[in-house]
Write a protein that binds this ligand. Structure first.
Ligand SMILES: Nc1ncnc2c1ncn2[C@@H]1O[C@H](COP(=O)(O)OP(=O)(O)O)[C@@H](O)[C@H]1O
Ligand SMILES: [Mg+2]
Length: 417
């Protein structure tokens, strides 16, 4: 009896010991699992789905569900962060986030490029102090004090930046927490605006000159000069010349706007260069002869023909020859064509004329730009010829390059593909 009792006790103790050991092992597993959760990362990926819904199994099951939820939330946070960083990275405008003390908390690559900054070098520093944008400090203070969006166009080096500062509040305390500052490069818009204003002023001026002259001659005629047949004829000729100038300016302007609005169709076909150049040279032969200068073609065998719209090509060549003959008083003009390295043909209109001072060469092709406006006007020029050529060359998909040496001559190269 005693033996049976001892055996039973031993059995119970043995069972308890085994359960204790099992329990301890479970406890260690649980501890390891919870440690994994606490560390985050891969630890959140572990799962415990044990049979039974009680005791440790239940705790482990609930912890697994918690881990799965946390992992999902982490993924969502990560995706959100990525989306935000992609947005900031690819947005073309510069953006900076500053805190309530004006210190940089974050900025995007566009702003780094725009203001030549390196974010790691200025992170945590004051935005206004870190960049050389005149008036930025005042703009940020104004936005801060008024607690409303403030916008202004500020100068930075040779650029113009439209800067918008928008204050924001802390979500919990509703206290001022900083500003989002947006920088947009509006230099090109400004430039276009200036070009437009210049253009309107130039057109008015160019048209006013002949109109004033016409008015003067008409007044003189009406005051009695028309009774003298010689005066009448002389003045009418002058009026005719001025009307011709106005007509040419208007024609050129209409042409430019047609090209710019894309209202011009280009139809390329095979054009034999010697024919085309010969035809245009013939238009200016008489004028060249009268000035005592030569005018000749020099078309190489290696590029006999090109793909071009014949009307547009004629127009380009005529304008270039007109200038070459007009601005050359001795020597002459050659129209040369050679095969180019990366082009089917390079066409050069080269003269031995007065040339253009180096500092003005980049301005050739600007509307109404003339080295000597009165000389150009006297010679019947409008100052729009090269602007038209520049646009036509572009419309053909070609390129143009002008070289000039004052006193030696000018060469205009057209790269035909
Ligand atoms: N071949 C050239 N030689 C010297 N100057 C030139 C030549 N071509 C153009 N230019 C300069 O460029 C200006 C602009 O040319 P363009 O637009 O054709 O105007 P325009 O011929 O009506 O004066 C001219 O007024 C002249 O000063
Ligand atoms: Mg011209």
């Amino acid at each position: 009896m005693m033996i049976i009792f001892i055996a039973l006790i031993s059995l119970v103790l043995a069972v308890l010991a085994v359960r204790g050991i099992l329990l301890y092992r479970r406890f260690l597993e649980l501890n390891e699992f919870v440690e994994g959760l606490a560390k985050g990362g891969e630890g959140l990926g572990r799962r415990y789905y044990l049979k039974g819904k009680r005791g440790f199994s239940k705790v482990l099951y609930n912890l697994s569900v918690l881990a799965a939820n946390l992992q999902e939330q982490n993924r969502e946070n990560e995706a959100c962060k990525n989306r935000l960083s992609v947005l900031l990275k690819h947005i073309p405008d510069g953006i900076a986030l500053i805190d309530s003390r004006g210190r940089i908390r974050s900025l995007n690559p566009a702003l780094e490029n725009l203001l030549y900054l390196r974010s790691h070098a200025i992170s945590g520093k004051g935005l206004a102090e870190s960049v050389n944008v005149t008036g930025l400090g005042e703009l940020l203070s104004r936005a801060r004090v008024s607690n409303t969006e403030s916008k202004e166009t500020l100068a930075f080096n040779s650029k113009f930046l439209e800067v918008t500062a928008t204050p924001f509040a802390d979500v919990e305390t509703s206290q001022y927490a900083g500003q989002v500052v947006l920088f947009r490069d509006v230099t090109a818009d400004r430039r276009i605006d200036e070009i437009r204003k210049d253009f309107v002023a130039n057109v008015s001026h160019e048209l006013k000159t002949p109109v004033t002259a016409i008015k003067g001659y008409v007044d003189t005629l009406l005051e009695g000069a028309m009774d003298d047949r010689e005066d009448l004829s002389r003045f009418l000729n002058v009026i005719n010349f001025q009307v011709g100038r106005m007509e040419q300016i208007i024609k050129d302007l209409i042409e430019l706007s047609k090209i710019e609005f894309g209202a011009m169709t280009i139809e390329k076909k095979n054009v034999v260069l010697s024919d085309m150049v010969g035809k245009v040279i013939a238009l200016y032969e008489e004028k060249a002869k009268a000035k005592g200068i030569f005018l000749r073609p020099d078309i190489s065998e290696d590029c006999p023909s090109v793909q071009a719209d014949p009307g547009v090509f004629t127009h380009i060549l005529s304008n270039l020859l007109d200038n070459a003959v007009k601005y050359t008083d001795s020597g002459g003009v050659v129209v040369r064509a050679r095969e180019g390295e990366n082009y089917s043909c390079v066409l050069v209109v080269q003269d031995t004329g007065i040339g253009v001072p180096k500092k003005f060469v980049p301005r050739l092709g600007e509307r109404f730009f003339r080295v000597d406006p009165s000389r150009s006007r006297e010679l019947g020029g409008t100052g729009l010829g090269l602007a038209i050529v520049k646009h036509l060359v572009m419309a053909m998909g070609w390129k143009m390059h002008i070289d000039s040496d004052p006193g030696k001559g000018t060469s205009v190269r057209i790269y035909i593909n």
